[in-house]
Ligand binder design. Structure first.
Ligand SMILES: [Fe+2]
Length: 448
């Protein structure tokens, strides 16, 4: 049966035997997919990212599809899986390899097993290498390769029991098994590309040009990129369903920073505060810019560690970001002050007054002014002091301080140095921060 892939498009009543593929792109470089048989409207969801669950569900309900299966290609160590959440919302069967030992998975397919989707059949193959529990899915002329074959790259094999020799065997098997025109949909792409084909990869992917297993394994084991930071939290979520903790003690965070965790620290204080002192390698996104820079935050590998001076503003940031559908947010307990007490050496610049002190000074000055004006000018002006008092009570109860947000926008709270000196998030940082792609082969003797 020849299948036409209609990416993202669904038109009821059109020709049969088509496959509809809907890719979902996450700013972290992750790819989630819906693959749908338009005749039966039965679908499989592949590698849903937790941040994308709402979008997937919305598309499924809008189109009237039935997601029969939700499949994790492997145990993800770099991002939170949304499989459990999506399967629960859509009453789908969860699928993963038996070695994954994910709680709540009902179907562990054998190598080559077919999952029925109306007239289509999703063939699932065991594809060890990146991890021992890796699966790939072939469906209607498309290969959902997870983290085996990526566009112009292959997956890394340096953690979670990965094996470079096994990855070589897996890649050779897939090339032998599947037609060259097979469309490739990878589990990651850090450069915004959406699809390729086996033929294109055989032509241009430097890793597929390596013809010897030993040379492939030797090259892949060389110069591994940094491990995904905070991997343990992600594994507890992805394997056991344990939610990512909403707070982390400062002492624990200091230990994580030694393992490359700084790239996941998001500092929400003002530019002036950040300039005067910050955690080396952290990212700066002030509280007032969270909404407009939400994609930048999504690109930060989860769990995203939110930092302020004491933890109060970071808690506000967590609530605001969760309302935007961003998951995996952890507040650093006690903020920068606790990190300092825990022995962390911070990067220091010219000292600037903290926002909390500015709020205290501003509120106190307004109360004093109200009392003085009430006594000297008109009793109605006592109301100014009352209004400030009411505002402080409101801020204490709701943890939302309008005066603080207003002061944060004042010119003296802006960073004075060029912002390029302050590390900021972005999709390009994802691989360096521990994505699933291997670095390019470097041996000059090998074909490039
Ligand atoms: Fe992976």
């Amino acid at each position: 049966m020849t299948t036409t892939i209609r990416e993202g498009q669904y038109a009821p009543g059109q020709a049969t035997h088509d496959l509809v593929v809907v890719p979902f792109h996450h700013p972290q470089g992750c790819r989630s997919y819906l693959a749908v048989d338009p005749d039966s409207r039965r679908a499989i969801a592949i590698d849903p990212h937790l941040d994308l669950v709402d979008k997937l569900e919305e598309r499924v309900r809008r189109e009237g599809w039935t997601v029969a299966f939700v499949l994790d290609t492997h145990t993800h160590a770099d991002h939170p899986s949304g499989s459990a959440e999506l399967a629960a919302r859509l009453a789908s069967v969860r699928v993963a390899h038996e070695l994954a030992r994910h709680r709540g998975v009902a179907l562990h397919p054998s190598d080559g097993q077919e999952l029925p989707l109306g007239r289509q059949r999703a063939r699932v193959f065991h594809a060890p290498g990146h991890t021992p529990d890796h699966l790939v899915v072939e469906l209607g002329g498309a290969l959902f390769s997870g983290d085996t074959l990526l566009i112009g790259a292959v997956a890394r094999t340096d953690f979670l029991g990965g094996d470079a020799g096994q990855l070589y065997d897996t890649l050779q098997r897939l090339i032998r098994l599947l037609p060259a025109e097979t469309v490739l949909y990878p589990g990651h792409d850090y450069e915004g590309r959406t699809r390729s084909s086996l033929a294109d990869e055989q032509r241009s992917n430097p890793w597929l040009a390596i013809r010897e297993r030993e040379a492939f394994a030797r090259e892949l084991s060389r110069g591994a990129p940094p491990r995904p930071a905070n991997m343990d939290d992600l594994l507890r979520l992805n394997r056991e369903g344990t939610p990512i903790p909403t707070t982390v003690p400062a002492v624990e965070l200091v230990a994580r920073l030694g393992g490359g965790g700084a790239a996941s620290v998001i500092d929400v204080r003002t530019g002036a505060e950040y300039e005067s002192e910050h955690v080396d390698g952290s990212r700066w996104v002030p509280l007032g810019e969270l909404v407009e820079r939400a994609d930048e935050i999504r690109a930060v590998p989860a769990p995203r560690m939110l930092l302020c001076r004491t933890g109060a503003r970071a808690s506000v940031a967590r609530r605001e970001l969760e309302a935007l559908g961003i998951s995996g947010l952890t507040v650093i307990e006690g903020g920068l002050e606790a990190l300092r007490t825990a022995g962390l050496a911070t990067v220091r610049g010219r000292a600037r007054m903290s926002l909390e002190r500015q709020v205290r000074i501003a509120a106190g000055s307004l109360v004093l002014a109200g009392v003085a004006l009430g006594a000297l000018v008109h009793p109605a002006l006592f109301g100014l002091s009352g209004a400030v008092g009411a505002g402080l009570v409101f801020a204490g109860v709701t943890d939302w301080c309008g005066m603080g947000l207003l002061l944060a926008r004042m010119p003296w709270n802006k960073a004075r140095g060029p912002l390029s000196q302050i590390p900021s998030g972005g999709c390009a940082a994802a691989p360096a921060a521990g994505g699933c792609s291997a670095s390019a082969p470097r041996d000059p003797q090998l074909p490039q």
